[in-house]
Design a protein around this ligand. Structure first.
Ligand code: ARG
Length: 372
């Protein structure tokens, strides 16, 4: 048993990366239509039902090729890379409270798993098809658990995902109603059960910022707060009222290094929530427009063009950016970063980019207080 160094240790999104899990597109399926999710195919004049079951092999292969490219780049930078265990996502699920025709994939470990210092936390998840996604990472968690006696492991309470956990009419609200409701932060998940996806959290040392969203409700944030604050963290709910379909913070508000956050010009932070940053001399830098518009995103992609800003830090001065996103690369260069461009657009198909497709297990560094 290793006791000399910690294996599980990551306090923020930017310290030097030492060990990471990169997702896989193997066996990926279409995301099913369910109360918490209404996937839509792009570019149709007449809507038609979203496909179900396994995604076409060539889509999965193209994404896998790019994910393998990310593995090689990280390894060339001295990072240890692990991959999820293979699983069959075409298997339907039936629990006492819900049924779903197939599961999704393990392209985005970020959505499910989070390292908070020396703890690994498995999120509750918010959609039926992703309920068992943690299984792809269990053998790794056991490996870390066996090798790192100082690591702690927590599993958040699984919600029922029954029909009444969701607000069905959310999906048909007209834009005017969304506009009226935008400061109420009520989305498709109700407030009765604890619900959160790991990717709604941004880690900045002692301070964890959690976005209230379609995938994280207020009960979820309360659970995270009560779980983390006794361990010395401070948890801050954050909101981006102009994002009518918010899910996962990492295409909206991305810390790049201590004192610097990349922000989305179409999703400003809720008025007042910027104060903690400004009072501590943090700077916000506005991201340039993505290279492709929402209409040119991959056909089955359910995320917006803003996955363009879903960058992955190798260290406080080295950062991986999607190959075609030149304006963002130039901005980051001008801020002193060494930029590593990497083709990743086929992974967009699965709703995320470089940050989503990874889960950092170890970065160097300790818990710092960036907001004293
Ligand atoms: N919902 C975000 C958007 O459309 C994408 C977030 C992707 N992040 C992730 N961890 N899967 O802009």
């Amino acid at each position: 048993m290793r006791t000399d160094t910690r294996i599980v240790n990551s306090w923020n999104e930017w310290d030097t990366l030492q060990e990471v899990v990169v997702g896989t597109a193997e066996n990926a399926c279409f995301e099913p239509t369910e109360p918490g999710h209404r996937p839509q195919e792009r570019g149709l004049s007449e809507p038609r039902p979203f496909p179900t079951g396994p995604k076409p092999r060539e889509l999965n292969e193209k994404a896998e090729e790019e994910l393998t490219g990310l593995v090689s780049l990280l390894e060339s930078q001295g990072v240890t890379v692990r991959r999820p265990a293979p699983r069959d996502y075409s298997v339907p699920l039936k629990t006492p409270t819900f049924e779903v025709e197939n599961q999704y994939c393990a392209v985005c470990p970020r959505d499910v798993m989070i390292t908070l210092g020396n703890e690994i936390l498995e999120a509750t998840m918010s959609r039926r098809s992703r309920y068992f996604e943690y299984e792809a990472y269990r053998s790794l968690v056991y490996k870390y658990w066996d090798e790192d006696p100082l690591m702690t492991w927590s599993v958040a309470p699984k919600p029922s995902m029954a029909d009444d956990m969701y607000r069905q009419d959310f999906w048909t609200w007209p834009l005017s109603k969304r506009h009226e409701e935008m400061h109420n932060f009520e989305f498709c998940v109700t407030q009765d059960e604890v619900v959160f996806d790991a990717a709604d959290m941004a880690r900045m040392g002692k301070d964890i910022f959690v976005q209230e969203s379609m995938t994280t409700n207020r009960a979820g944030i309360r659970w995270i707060t009560r779980h983390l604050e006794p361990k010395g963290f401070r948890v801050h709910p954050v909101h981006f009222p102009l994002d009518y379909f918010p899910s996962h913070i990492d295409a909206t508000f991305i810390p790049l290094r201590a004192g610097l956050v990349l922000t989305n010009p179409e999703r400003p932070i809720n008025s007042g929530e910027e104060k903690l940053f400004l009072a501590n001399d943090w700077e916000f830098v506005t991201a340039p427009q993505p290279l492709t518009g929402n209409d040119e995103m991959p056909r089955y992609c359910q995320s917006s063009k803003w996955v363009s800003i879903n960058v992955l830090s190798i260290s406080p001065s080295k950062i991986i950016v999607e190959e075609q996103e030149k304006p963002l690369q130039d901005l980051l260069c001008s801020l002193g970063f060494e930029v590593f461009p990497l083709p990743f657009r086929h992974v967009y198909e699965y709703g995320g980019s470089l940050h989503c497709a990874t889960w950092d297990v170890r970065r160097d560094g300790v818990c710092e207080d960036y907001f004293p």
